[in-house]
Ligand binder design. Structure first.
Ligand code: ADP
Ligand code: MG
Length: 680
C-alpha cells in the first residue's frame, strides 16, 4: 500500500497532465491518495422504478430500452442536442443529451440499460436530461460511488481512475493497523475496507468498511496529536523568573472570577516552573472573560523581558484586543503594537522593525503575524484567540517565530467533554466555567416569521431605552436567492420598520475598512441596529447591545447560535435573543428548543453532539484539525474505540518508533503534513 503513495496518479490510463492537475486540486497526487479519496455518497441503482411511478424533481433509476430513433438537432452557438426515448415495456420517457457527440454511437438499440438521473415530469410526460447510464447486468454491484469533484473532472473520470487503482492494490496490503489490534477491536482489513468503500458488495460490507476506515482515521488523528504533544513537552521552554500576577490584578478594572484566577494561575505556573513550554487551552464560554487571562500571561512575559504575540482571527477582534490591552497597560511600561493586514505598508514596516529590535513587548495582530516578514527579537509567548478558527499549522507557524515559546490557545467553542480529549489531545486544558457577576441570563425565544413584526416592535422598545440591537441573517450570497440577502433586508428595515433609527449593515463581503467603520460606529452608539451576517460571531464586544434577532435560525448549528447569542448579555442590562424560524422539522425544533432552555455552552455542545453525532462536528472544521475524510460517517462508538486503541498503542510505543507501527507512523505524517516544523 505504501508504495502506492509514491506512484503518481498520472501512471493511470486516461490520466494525463491535465487530469493530474485537476486531481491535485483535490489534494490527490498519488494513487494511494486516490484510494483514500472516499466517495461522498452512493447512487442506488438497485431499485429501478417503473416510469409511471417516477417522481418529478427526484433522482431515480429507470430500466429500459430505446424505443424510438435518436434525433440530433443543432442549437445556436455551435451547440447541439440529442433526443431519445426509452420504454420500460409499459411507458416511455424522453431523454435529452447536450453537446455529447458520442451518445448516438454509445447507446445501442435492443440493449437494456439503467438510466440514473434527475427526472422531471409535466403534462407532456417524464424526461431526464443527461442521465448517467450503463448496460443492465444482473450481477453488477448496485451502489455507485459519487465523489467530491472539481470543475473539469467528472465523476466518471474519478470512477475510472479508482477502478484502475483498485486493480493495482496488491493481494496482501500492508495494513497500518496491526492484525492483533484489528482482531481485538473487530475491524476488517484495509484491503477489504478500501475495496468496499469504493465499490460496495452490499450495504453491510459498506458499513464494515466505513467503520474500519473511520476508526483508522480517528486513530491516526489521535496518535498524531499525542505524538505532537510528546514532542512539544520534550523541549525546554522560555520560562519566566518572576510572577507579576499580583501587579496585573491591580491593573484590572474588575474583580476576577474564581475561574479566571484559576486559569491565570495555571498559565503562570506553566511558564514559571514547567520543564517544557506551556501548551495550554483555555476553554470558556462566550463572555467568561478569557481576554483578561491572556492579558495576564502576556503581561507576565513582557515584565520578564520577553515578547508576547496575541493573534486573533479577524481584524475587528485584533483591534478590540489592542484597545483593551492599551487601556489596561496605559500606566505601565509595557509597550504594545498592532499588526494587521490593513495597516499601511509603511506602518507594517515600522511595527516589524520595532518587533525585531525589541521595542514592542506585546504585539496584537491577525495572520499578518505569521508571515515570513515578521521577526521577533525574542518571542516567549504565543497566544491564539478563538483557536477553532486557526489550523494546527498556523499555530505552529506562530510558535516557530520564537525559540521555544509558550503557547496559550483560547476557545469559546465549548466542546463536549467526550470529544475534548481527541480534539485537544495535544493540550492541557483550563476550563473557565464561571460568568462574571452581575450578568442576567439571556431570555431566548423561538418565533415563526408571522410574528416578526411584533418582534420588531419589541426591538424598537429596547432601542428607545438606549440599548442596541443586532439582526443576524445567514450569509450574503447573491446566488442563493432563497436566503434573505442582508443588504436588501437592511434597506427594507431602514425604509419601513426602523425608518426613525440609525441602521447599519456589516457582512463578510465588505472591505475591512468599511466593516471596521461600521463596527466602531455601532460600539460608539451612533448606530441603533446592526444587520449582520456571521462576521459578528467571533468575540466582538459591545456591552450596550441587549437584543438579537436571528433570521432563518434553522440554518445555523447549535454551537454557532450559541456563539452569536453571546454577543448580547455582555453588560448589566437584561438581554434577549429571538430566533425566527418556520422550519417544522422535528429535529430542528428540538435543536432550537435547546437554545431556549439553557445558556450553558457545555450543555449545548453535549446536546449538539447527541442530536447530530460527532461526524458533523468534524465535518464543520471548526476546530483547526487536519481535514478528515470519513469521520462524518462515524458515531460516538467508533470514536471511543479509536481512543482506546490509541491508548493501547501509545503505551506500547510512545513515539510509534516500533516497527510494528511503521504504517501508522506514515499515516500520521501524511495527515499532519501541513503542520510544518512540528513533526518530522
Ligand atoms: P470572552 O471570554 O468571550 O473572550 P471577554 O474577555 O471579551 O470574554 O469579556 C467579556 C466582557 O466581560 C468584557 O467586557 C470584559 O471586560 C468583562 N469582564 C471580564 N471579566 C470580568 C469580571 N471578572 N468581572 C466583570 N467583568 C468582566
Ligand atoms: Mg474573546
Amino acid at each position: 500500500m505504501s508504495s502506492l503513495f509514491e506512484l503518481s496518479v498520472s501512471a493511470l490510463k486516461g490520466v494525463g497532465a491535465v487530469k493530474a492537475k485537476l486531481f491535485s486540486k483535490l489534494n490527490i497526487n498519488s494513487v494511494g491518495e486516490l484510494l483514500y479519496h472516499f466517495p461522498r455518497e452512493y447512487e442506488d441503482w438497485s431499485k429501478p422504478v417503473p416510469i409511471s411511478q417516477v417522481q418529478g424533481g427526484e433522482l431515480c433509476c429507470v430500466r429500459g430500452k430505446l424505443s424510438a430513433t435518436m434525433r440530433e438537432s443543432r442549437l445556436p452557438g455551435n451547440r447541439f442536442m440529442v433526443r431519445a426515448e426509452v420504454s420500460d415495456g409499459f411507458d416511455a420517457m424522453r431523454l435529452v443529451f447536450f453537446n455529447n457527440k458520442y451518445i448516438t454511437s454509445m447507446l445501442k438499440y435492443d440493449t437494456e440499460y439503467l438510466f440514473y438521473g434527475k427526472a422531471s415530469k409535466d403534462l407532456s410526460g417524464v424526461q431526464m436530461v443527461s442521465p448517467e447510464f450503463r448496460v443492465f447486468k444482473n450481477d453488477e454491484p448496485s451502489m455507485h460511488p459519487v465523489y467530491a469533484l472539481t470543475a473539469g473532472l467528472t465523476n466518471k473520470a474519478v470512477q475510472n481512475a479508482v477502478k484502475q487503482a483498485l486493480e493495482l492494490l496488491p493481494q496482501k496490503v500492508s495494513d497500518p493497523i496491526p492484525e492483533d489490534i484489528r482482531n481485538e477491536y473487530g475491524l476488517c482489513g484495509l484491503r477489504e475496507a478500501i475495496v468496499n468503500i469504493h465499490s460496495p458488495a452490499s450495504p453491510s460490507a459498506l458499513a464494515r468498511a466505513r467503520q474500519r476506515l473511520a476508526a483508522e482515521e480517528f486513530l491516526v488523528l489521535s496518535l498524531g496529536l499525542r505524538v505532537l504533544r510528546g514532542k512539544n513537552t520534550r523541549r525546554k521552554g522560555s520560562n519566566i523568573k518572576v510572577d507579576y500576577t499580583e501587579d496585573f490584578l491591580n491593573l484590572l478594572p474588575f474583580k476576577p472570577t474564581g475561574a479566571q484566577l484559576r486559569a491565570m494561575g495555571d498559565c503562570t505556573r506553566d511558564m514559571l516552573h514547567s520543564v517544557s513550554p506551556m501548551n495550554r487551552l483555555v476553554q470558556g464560554d462566550v463572555g467568561s472573560g478569557k481576554t483578561a487571562i491572556a492579558a495576564c500571561a502576556c503581561y507576565n512575559m513582557a515584565k520578564n523581558g520577553k515578547q508576547a504575540a496575541f493573534m486573533a482571527p479577524t481584524e475587528i477582534l485584533a483591534e478590540q484586543h489592542f484597545a483593551t490591552l492599551s487601556k489596561l497597560f496605559s500606566n505601565t511600561d509595557v509597550k504594545l503594537g498592532l499588526l494587521t493586514g490593513s495597516c499601511t505598508a509603511s506602518a507594517k514596516k515600522e511595527i516589524r522593525r520595532k518587533l525585531s529590535e525589541g521595542e514592542i513587548d506585546i504585539i496584537v495582530g491577525t495572520h499578518a503575524l505569521i508571515t515570513d516578514k515578521t521577526i521577533f527579537m525574542s518571542l516567549g509567548l504565543a497566544v491564539t484567540d478563538e483557536q477553532h478558527r486557526f489550523g494546527v499549522s498556523q499555530r505552529s507557524k506562530l510558535l516557530a517565530k520564537g525559540e521555544t515559546p509558550h503557547l496559550l490557545v483560547m476557545s469559546a467553542t465549548p466542546i463536549p467533554r467526550t470529544l475534548a480529549l481527541i480534539v485537544y489531545g495535544d493540550l492541557d486544558i483550563s476550563i473557565v466555567d464561571e460568568i462574571p457577576p452581575g450578568r442576567q441570563p439571556i431570555d431566548t425565544l423561538l418565533i415563526s416569521s408571522d410574528k416578526r413584526h411584533r418582534a420588531y416592535g419589541f426591538i424598537r422598545k429596547e432601542i428607545d431605552k438606549g440599548n442596541a440591537a443586532y439582526i443576524v441573517c445567514p450569509l450574503v450570497e447573491e446566488d442563493e436567492s432563497d436566503l434573505m440577502a442582508a443588504e436588501e433586508y437592511a434597506a427594507e428595515l431602514m425604509l419601513k420598520e426602523f425608518s426613525d433609527y440609525a441602521v447599519g449593515i456589516i457582512h463578510g463581503k465588505m472591505k475591512y475598512s468599511e466593516k471596521e467603520k461600521t463596527m466602531a460606529a455601532f460600539a460608539a452608539g451612533e448606530l441603533d441596529l446592526l444587520v449582520a451576517t456571521t462576521v459578528i460571531e467571533v468575540g466582538v464586544d459591545v456591552p450596550r447591545s441587549t437584543i438579537m434577532m436571528i433570521e432563518n435560525a434553522e440554518r445555523f448549528g447549535l454551537s454557532q447560535l450559541h456563539q452569536l447569542r453571546g454577543r448580547v448579555g455582555r453588560g448589566e442590562g437584561k438581554s434577549y435573543c429571538i430566533m425566527v424560524s418556520d422550519s417544522t422539522s422535528e429535529n430542528t425544533q428540538r435543536r432550537l428548543s435547546v437554545m431556549c432552555s439553557t445558556t450553558d455552552g457545555f450543555k449545548i455542545a453535549d446536546e449538539d453532539l447527541k442530536l447530530r453525532g460527532p461526524g458533523d462536528f468534524f465535518g464543520e472544521r471548526q476546530h483547526g484539525l487536519p481535514k478528515l475524510s470519513i469521520a462524518e460517517f462515524s458515531d460516538m462508538d467508533s470514536l471511543s474505540l479509536s481512543q482506546a486503541m490509541a491508548e493501547d498503542i501509545i503505551s506500547e510505543s510512545p513515539d510509534l518508533s516500533d516497527d510494528k507501527y511503521k504504517g501508522l507512523r506514515g499515516a500520521v505524517k501524511r495527515l499532519f503534513k501541513d503542520t510544518e516544523g512540528t513533526m518530522n
